[in-house]
Design a protein around this ligand. Structure first.
Ligand code: SF4
Ligand code: SF4
Length: 436
């Protein structure tokens, strides 16, 4: 069976000649050997669905890892291509009767063969480590928009239009310092993990979260020494950097109060990272946190609206909470909650995947945009998703189609539904194309 799968993969990847077998990494091989090659995972794998290629299925990827570890397949970029095309969405793990922890297996395999390379995603990972540098770049981008340089760059840099589109999502003004809302009646304090991109790309979300948490009686601290969660570094194989970032965050946050994270991918990374380090910090996603609160203590406004919900893979698989957005937003009277069709399929954002595999990322997004456009013919909708990468990917895709739809985090929806004196302004629509 294994030989037949390898032969199939070699044909589909047009691989280079094999090297002699070698012993590889026994622990990693033992993990890969848990796979009995039943193929039950394949129908649930988005890349297999798209490419119909054994190498791009979970089973094919595991066989590739085994072949590479044993030296039966040459470790060339061409042979590793199917591994690079994995979204790390974790869908396969949900349907595997043998309990293969595929994303961990691929993380560990990538760590074993990790080498720094020059790429847009590599540059992004480098920038995420330095908040100060990132902020300066954001400020520079805001300035270039005022002078017209941004429009020139976008027009003259067609190969990287995706990056330009994402940059266009930045607010016109650099974000100011995060202000804590004083709340004298608050008895309890929590720490907010804002993530490395949200403070500049979505300053509104931090404001929304603080208002909602304050309305629920919480004093919110936002430690300034916090860093990136390290998820992108972890999944790219740079485990050393991911570990360093976890240690920076462990030092920045108190272990005596909950750490509440704003993005599901960050929440999953902090939870699994602290657990692996045997660290006592308790990280929780803001939706998980809200589920534990008494949401009925707020007199939510009863505006009629239709919320079209996209479930990020990190929420569905890594945090194992597929219905959490629905559960939390169910507190809103008169809101109609709809699921985006085919919600169990990744949208293609997948961290830096949308930059590294733009054609596949786009192909995965298109059916979701089609479904959204269809729904829009019936009624106005607000697209809601709990991960920043998904939001940016949807925004880029919607802009490309010229569709104007608000795309926001559930906390933005809640903040807009607070009683009038506490609410923040209604959720804005995306800026028109060309205005950035
Ligand atoms: S993690 Fe997702 S894309 Fe990767 S093999 Fe599993 S189902 Fe397929
Ligand atoms: S379902 Fe599990 S055991 Fe079966 S092929 Fe997929 S990864 Fe292997």
């Amino acid at each position: 069976m294994f030989g037949a799968i390898i032969a199939l993969i070699m044909r589909s990847t047009q691989s280079l000649p094999c090297r002699n077998a070698s012993t590889g990494d026994p622990a990693l091989l033992a993990e890969a050997d848990q796979c009995v090659k039943c193929g039950l995972c394949a129908p649930h794998c988005p890349t297999y669905g798209l490419l119909q290629n054994e190498a791009d299925s979970p089973r094919g990827r595991i066989a590739l890892i085994q072949g590479l570890l044993q030296g039966a397949i040459e470790n060339s970029p061409g042979n590793r291509q199917a591994l690079d095309r994995c979204l790390m969405c974790g869908n396969c793990e949900q349907h595997c009767p043998s309990g293969v922890r595929f994303t961990r297996l691929l993380d560990d395999f990538r760590a074993r063969s990790y080498s720094r390379s020059v790429s847009i995603a590599g540059l992004l990972r480098y920038l995420l480590v330095s908040r100060r540098l990132l902020r300066r770049l954001f400020a520079l981008w805001s300035l270039s928009r005022k002078t017209g340089l941004a429009a020139f760059l976008q027009a003259s840099w067609p190969a990287h239009q995706r990056v330009a589109k994402i940059l266009a999502f930045l607010p016109a003004q650099p974000a100011g310092k995060i202000k804590t809302i004083p709340l004298t009646s608050a008895k309890k304090t929590l720490s907010l993990f804002s993530g490395c991109l949200s403070p500049d790309m979505e300053p509104r979300l931090i404001n929304s979260s603080m208002r909602v948490l304050s309305a629920l009686g919480w004093q919110v601290e936002v430690p300034s020494a916090q860093g990136c969660c390290g998820a992108m570094h972890q999944h790219a194989g740079d485990q050393r950097q991911a570990q360093q970032l976890l240690q920076i965050n462990a030092a920045a946050f108190s272990s005596k109060q909950p750490i509440v994270a704003l993005s599901t991918a960050c929440s999953a990374q902090l939870q699994s990272g602290f657990q692996a380090m045997h660290d006592t910090h308790q990280a929780v996603d803001i939706l998980q946190f809200l589920q534990q609160q008494d949401l009925t203590r707020v007199d939510w406004r009863a505006d009629e609206q239709t919320l079209l919900i996209h479930t990020p893979c990190s929420l569905r698989n890594a945090l194992a909470e597929p219905d959490l957005i629905h559960k939390v937003l169910a507190c809103l009277p008169n809101s109609r909650l709809l699921s985006l069709p085919d919600n169990e399929r990744c949208c293609g954002a997948a961290g830096s995947y949308m930059l590294e595999q733009p054609a596949l990322a786009d192909a995965l997004l298109q059916p979701k945009l089609d479904a959204l456009a269809l729904e829009l013919r019936q009624q106005p909708v607000i697209l809601v998703t709990a991960n920043i990468g998904c939001r940016l990917h949807f925004v880029a895709g919607l802009r490309a189609r010229g569709i104007e739809v608000p795309v926001c985090h559930p906390l933005d929806v809640l903040a807009a539904a607070l009683p009038i004196e506490e609410a923040i302004s209604p959720i804005p629509c995306l800026p028109k194309r060309g205005t950035g």
